[in-house]
Design a protein around this ligand. Sequence first.
Ligand SMILES: Nc1ncnc2c1ncn2[C@@H]1O[C@H](COP(=O)(O)OP(=O)(O)OP(=O)(O)O)[C@@H](O)[C@H]1O
Length: 221
Amino acid sequence: MKDNLTPVLSVNNLDVAVQGRQLINDLSFQIFPATLTCVTGENGVGKTTLIKTILNQFNKNEHVKAPIKRSQMQYIPQLRNIDDDYPLTVTDFIGLGLQHSILPWLSRKEKQRVQKVIEMTNLQDLAKTPLGRCSGGEQQRVYLAQALVSEPKLLILDESTASLDKEAKFILLDVVKEVVKQTRTAVMFITHDPVLVKTYGDYDLKIANQSGTLKAIKEDE
Ligand SMILES: Nc1ncnc2c1ncn2[C@@H]1O[C@H](COP(=O)(O)OP(=O)(O)OP(=O)(O)O)[C@@H](O)[C@H]1O
């Protein structure tokens, strides 16, 4: 399919540095629709800084090119602290992910979009639950749903599974994989977990020794 051949993100000869310290040199890779690319490497090699650099330089120069708008790319950061008494329900929190028109309430179409992602992320039973009362794994699925409601073409997850137990990790990644399949969204997933890379990844972008290599993990079934 022609659509598969157009990368959703092209990184070209990108240098990644923090506070004048070079972390990655001359990095080039492409991300294609409907694929899940794991971003791996030891602690401190610069994975999160790479993502921040991509976000900062997005379509601003030849190093980070994408045929999509910045608003079609969503980033779910590593840490979010939600208080136990955080009052917004799962549904309302997901609705915050919509780029609102001038109206302060959701249109019928927007409500349908929220409903669709609730189903996609298996959150039906929690729709009316305050987010603060959801478990860590459930909260991660809610963040995912909030990011999905704007129908991104590229979604970046930064260690979304780091604090989750094994079962919750697999539940989350099953949902992510299904989203990739159904919506053709490209996903970049920063992780340290080799089992998740092997089970769910299509590609592994491995960062080591200040450089990165992208390898296919397995043939498509
Ligand atoms: N704002 C900052 N100021 C100074 N140093 C920073 C800053 N952000 C990150 N660093 C340093 O840059 C290096 C890369 O950090 P980064 O978070 O990108 O690594 P990482 O590969 O994502 O690590 P981890 O897997 O542990 O999350 C680390 O040595 C970190 O301490």
